[in-house]
Ligand binder design. Structure first.
Ligand code: FAQ
Length: 321
């Protein structure tokens, strides 16, 4: 295609974006837009799938039947989110096999948060409260992102995440209203999950290589720092209700700016985890690869079944013709 024609297609595409018209799979789109979406959506899908592991660890150890049922449902929801998201990435021409291969080889990223261990039951409360809370803060704006299938998948995901956040907060509330040991457990979980939760929003805006372009394309509607700030402002009063302390001596209300000041994130820790050297990175990938290999017979059986159905349909059609 000539450069002139490409430029005009790209201009038309940007006009659509600027007028908030969503892009659909069959619409023309710049190759870089398609690649950016595949990168973000597949990493998001991987995060949901790997994200089942820290909490899945606690299903057999949940302290009551009610807690077990809620946690089981939550972990299943995360699997569903991963599947919608792989589906959304497939509409852009990415194959599921290649996405999963990239996750298993370490080529594709997933959220840093899921490389931390879940040491006590309170961690399940902290994950629901903080990790799902951060996920909602980041994902509600994605419901109006410029790519239709991603935006639509996010609507259901966000509804489910808000149930997850409430179940996490309720676990924290119960612990905080319990014995001194239970409250101490909740405080310890907050101490360990607070900073990694802030890291979920990604590097500072100045260091974020993709933000400017992704915002111009309305894939991202707010910057990493804007969303992180909103998350801090939302969490401070919630920690007060729980009666536990956010492990940051620099957190305080800034009257002038109308938001909280907070301390500096340990970016060295963040990049170390992103590069694969966090406390659980290797274990998480090993577990996923093992589960994938063990599920091969199910995938093979599904392919044989669908092939048989297709052939039966063809035979029935030719009989009735
Ligand atoms: N971890 O230029 P930016 C959940 C990478 S779902 C690892 O700012 P971008 C549900 C980034 O990929 C949680 N890597 O990038 C749940 C890029 O590397 P690349 C996941 C990170 O894309 C709850 C590089 O750093 N949510 O929790 C992280 O514009 C409970 C430069 O960064 C989503 O994926 C990180 N935290 O902004 C499940 C939401 N941050 O690709 C189970 C959709 C950055 O060039 C239990 N994604 N990087 O190699 C997004 O909104 C964006 O992709 C950001 C990053 C904001 C995550």
């Amino acid at each position: 295609m000539s450069d002139a024609k490409n430029i005009s297609l790209e201009e038309k595409f940007q006009e659509k974006i600027d007028s908030d018209i969503q892009i659909e799979p069959k619409d023309w789109m710049p190759e870089r837009y398609r690649k950016t979406l595949i990168r973000q959506i597949s990493q998001h899908a991987h995060s949901e799938i790997v994200g089942m592991l820290p909490e899945g660890n606690w299903i057999t150890r949940a302290p009551s039947l009610r807690r077990k049922v809620a946690l089981l449902a939550k972990v299943q929801d995360e699997a569903g989110h991963g599947l919608y998201l792989y589906g959304a990435a497939e509409t852009l021409g990415a194959s599921r096999d290649s996405m999963i291969r990239d996750l298993h080889s370490g080529k594709a990223k997933y959220s840093s948060i899921f490389n931390y261990p879940t040491l006590t039951w309170a961690d399940i409360g902290a994950i629901g409260w903080l990790v799902d809370g951060a996920a909602i803060m980041n994902q509600v704006p994605l419901c109006s992102c410029s790519y239709g299938p991603y935006a639509r998948a996010m609507v259901r995901v966000c509804k489910e995440e808000s149930f997850h956040q409430r179940q996490g907060f309720e676990i924290m509330m119960t612990l905080c209203n319990g014995t001194p040991e239970q409250k101490a457990m909740a405080q310890d979980a907050l101490n360990r999950w607070w900073w990694p939760s802030l890291m979920m929003f990604g590097p500072n805006d100045a260091e974020s290589s993709h933000s400017a372009q992704s915002m111009a394309w309305k894939i991202k509607r707010f910057s990493n720092d804007e969303l992180r700030q909103r998350f801090v402002d939302m969490s401070v009063p919630q920690a007060k209700i729980l009666g536990i302390t956010i492990p940051d001596p620099d957190i305080k209300w800034n009257e002038e700016r109308g938001e909280h000041d907070f301390g500096e994130i340990d970016w060295e820790e963040f990049w170390n985890v992103v590069k694969g050297n966090g406390p659980c990175n290797k274990e998480r990938i090993k577990t996923r690869v093992k589960a994938y290999d063990a599920g091969k017979w199910v995938r093979d059986a599904a392919v044989v079944y669908s092939e048989k159905r297709r052939k039966r349909k063809e035979q029935n059609l030719s009989k009735s013709a």
